[in-house]
Structure formats: C-alpha cells, structure tokens
Design a protein. Sequence first.
Length: 96
Amino acid sequence: MGNSSHGRLVWNHSTHLPGLIPLLEKLITFQGIHTVTPGEIRRVRGHCPKLRLRISVPIRGGYKVIARQGKTVQEVFIITPLSQIDLEAAIAQILK
C-alpha cells in the first residue's frame, strides 16, 4: 500500500456541516486515526454559533463524535485505537 500514514475520510453523504470536511481532513493526518465517516445530519433546537466537535460514545473500534454548528448536528464516526483523551487532544488541536 505504500506510505499510508494518513487515515481515510469516507464520503458517503452529499451534505455536511459547513467547514466540517476541512477539519476532518486535518484529523485524518493524526497518527492512529484510521477512518473518519461523517454520518446523519439533522436539525436541533439549541443554537451553537461556532463549529464544535464533542466525543459522544465509544463504538466498536473507535468513537462517535457529534459535530454541531448553528441548529444542525452531524454524527461523525472515527475508527481509531487512540484513547478518548488522545482523541480529544487531536480534536482540540484541529479546532485551534
């Protein structure tokens, strides 16, 4: 496979939160991030002015992360052996 130090970003939806894809493209450059898959997008009541990523629950092989901006949320599935603390640190770095 060659030099595959980068994870991969799965494109399975045509709609994404504005600004989410560039962040996920940065995230897959981190060591230990294997696959990042944006999931379902939906509307919510609360309003979040800035794009935020929050780890929601562990899933088999990684974590489900909730991306929020405005009145929209999108699930993002991250396959990684990283601990939750290490993943939170990686997310904090890309949000800077």
